[in-house]
Ligand binder design. Structure first.
Ligand code: OSB
Ligand code: MG
Length: 369
């Protein structure tokens, strides 16, 4: 494909309710969208899922913008024609900025699939179009709020519940949830809030038949996760600790995780996500696709990724109405009997509500230099 224009949109979106984790709470959230256009006018869309501050990892919307503006977009003007597969090599000189890379690469994949008149999930070799959907529930003000939120999500059909924990909102909470819902597929996500000094709490969590404990320890600490894994029977799932394939290899050799949550925004897009997918398939590490509170555009991409064979656990890909009053795509994503069905239309398969985006955003346009 020959790119003739790239647009970066910045807007603010409002979550229906605040989403709270061990690292902070968010309700008004910056969102960044990328539109690429090729010479015949066909377009592709991607979403940059960075944080509003450097709380989940170091990347923020501001740093992602600088990386795109100064380094990533200029790298795409070098070759005359481009394949989405080339993105990683063309931008290889840029270290880090994975959310920025993932958003721009996603737009290229969408465009490439659209140009071939093929749905993106098939284009990348996906094998399933019904994607199992789990839901992530933030820290609440009290138990009643949490329990009613869980009931509601179960009624909506989600296949597993993930609750956020942190010191002080953990054992009592899980104990109560398990009393109320003894058999539901349940997992917890600590977002790196514990250390090995909390072994008592972590050993207790081990007794509630959880599917997995996500990122209990420091985001850089593969070693302590390996030590902890020896002491727990519940599988450890790594999120923040996995910034790419090299972390996956180290985690595998050390025994730091039985399961990995792949977020393209964290590992740098489809190409590294697929590399991780294949490595984990070969080594028996469990996989699912995680989310970063994306709008429907980012979520439609997550669905395409989750269609690959080895993403077997329910993913953090929820319906449009989970976070948004009104999404930026049509039709909105719906969970039916626990699954979101990918449409066969070209690319990510959904219509982008461009007017809505144009009206509410700032835009910067780039053309070949
Ligand atoms: O740790 O998985 C996480 C949201 C923002 C940052 C980190 C995480 C999350 C979620 C929500 O858990 C996932 C989603 O529904 O998009
Ligand atoms: Mg997580």
């Amino acid at each position: 494909m020959e790119i003739k224009k790239i647009e970066v949109y910045e807007l603010e979106v409002k979550l229906k309710e605040p989403f709270e984790t061990s690292f902070g709470s968010v309700q008004y959230k910056p969102a960044m969208l990328i539109r690429v256009e090729e010479k015949w006018g066909e377009e592709g869309w991607g979403e940059v899922a960075a944080g509003e501050g450097p709380w989940y990892n170091y990347e923020t919307y501001e740093t992602a913008f600088i990386a795109l503006d100064k380094y990533l977009i200029p790298a795409l003007w070098k070759p005359q024609t481009l394949k989405a597969r080339d993105f990683w090599r063309l931008t290889g000189r840029v270290r880090g900025y994975n959310a920025a890379k993932a958003g721009l690469e996603a737009a290229l994949w969408d465009l490439e699939a659209r140009l071939e008149g093929e749905s993106l999930y098939r284009h990348i070799g996906g094998v399933k179009k019904r994607i199992p959907s789990g839901v992530s529930i933030g820290i609440k003000r009290n138990m009643e709020e949490l329990l009613s939120s869980i009931s509601k999500r179960l009624e909506e059909g989600y296949l597993r519940i993930k609750i956020k924990i942190r010191p002080g909102w953990d054992l009592k909470v899980v104990e109560r949830v398990r009393r109320e819902f003894p058999d539901i597929p349940l997992q917890v996500d600590a977002n790196a809030a514990y250390t090995l000094k909390d072994l008592y709490t972590l050993k207790k969590l081990d007794t509630y038949n959880l599917l997995m404990i996500e990122q209990p320890l420091h985001y850089e600490d593969l070693a302590d996760h390996a030590l902890l894994a020896k002491k727990l029977s519940t599988p450890i799932c790594l999120d923040e600790s996995i910034r790419g394939i090299y972390d996956v290899k180290a985690a595998y050799l050390l025994g730091s995780a039985e399961i990995i949550n792949v977020k393209p925004a964290r590992v740098g897009g489809y190409t590294p996500s697929m590399e991780i997918h294949d490595f984990c398939e070969a080594t028996g590490i469990g996989l699912w696709v995680g989310g970063m509170l994306e709008t429907g555009i980012g979520k439609a991409h997550l669905l395409a990724l989750a269609s690959l064979k080895n993403f077997t656990y329910p993913n953090d890909i929820s319906a449009s109405n989970r976070y948004w009053e009104k999404d930026l795509i049509e039709p909105e994503l719906e969970v039916k009997n626990g699954y979101i069905e990918i449409r066969e239309n070209a690319g990510i398969g959904v219509e982008i509500l461009k007017d809505r985006i144009e009206k509410n955003s700032r835009k910067k346009t780039y053309t070949p230099s």
